[in-house]
Design a protein around this ligand. Structure first.
Ligand SMILES: [Zn+2]
Length: 233
């Protein structure tokens, strides 16, 4: 192998590592992201991204209230600005509020100042609507860069990934969403669900809401307790 070839291989490997850090939600390369709950208990955290959403969020909140379960909502700032009452309802009903940024652009190729502005505006939207400051941040699609963790930390927010996604955004049917969630959950799972659409403010996530009672019942049958991220992290 020539030096040039070796250099090329090294560059590809380094680029691969950076891509992993950017695109893999729990990668430690750009700082730690909480990828599962600490401890070995049979606990699960339900997390909802991209809301509030006028159709789905009320149904999700109703299902959680009826079941006596608290969840964590990674609210999208531009949707909070549109439906602040729904963010306030989630807060009033005892759910943990996390920051999902304001615009839902993928952050891995953005400048440090863009990342700072997006996270700060997402935080401000939640604070305006609810009077509460989020303690957790989840990046859109989990995509990060070296700037994301330090910016989140400067806002007092810990970066969170997830353990299990069930592709509820693809709308495979409420029964299938529930089946994937119930069978895929292990001790310490952070389960990713969506009560909103990161791109379409009125996007249809009603299957997720319809699946939620089955998810909760199925996980209870399997002996799981429900926690929020604030309960354990
Ligand atoms: Zn999202």
């Amino acid at each position: 192998m020539t030096d040039a070839t070796l250099f090329g291989v090294g560059t590809v490997l380094a680029a691969g590592a950076v891509a992993h850090g950017a695109l893999y939600r729990n990668s430690p390369l750009f700082g730690r992201a909480l990828g599962r709950l600490p401890g070995a208990e049979r606990a699960v955290a339900l997390t909802f991204d991209d809301g509030p959403n006028p159709e789905t969020t009320p149904r999700v909140l109703d299902a959680l209230r009826d079941a006596g379960v608290h969840a964590t909502f990674f609210l999208l700032g531009r949707h909070v600005d549109r439906w602040p009452d729904l963010a306030r309802r989630a807060a009033d009903e005892g759910h943990e509020l996390g920051n999902h940024g304001w615009a839902h652009r993928k952050l891995h190729l953005r400048t440090p100042s863009y990342v700072r502005r997006d996270l700060a505006e997402g935080t401000a939207a939640v604070e305006r609507a609810t009077g509460r400051s989020p303690r957790f941040f989840r990046a859109p699609h989990g995509f990060r860069s070296p700037w994301v963790n330090p910016v989140a930390a400067s806002l007092g927010q810990r970066v969170v990934g997830w353990t299990l996604g069930v592709w509820d955004s693809d709308r495979p049917g409420a029964g299938e969403i529930a089946r994937r969630a119930v069978t895929g959950t292990r001790a310490g799972t952070i389960l990713l669900l969506h009560d909103g659409d990161g791109y379409d403010p009125a996007g249809d996530r009603t299957q997720t809401a319809a699946a939620l009672p089955q998810i909760i019942a199925g996980l209870r049958d399997r002996g799981f307790a429900f926690v929020t991220l604030g309960d354990v992290a």
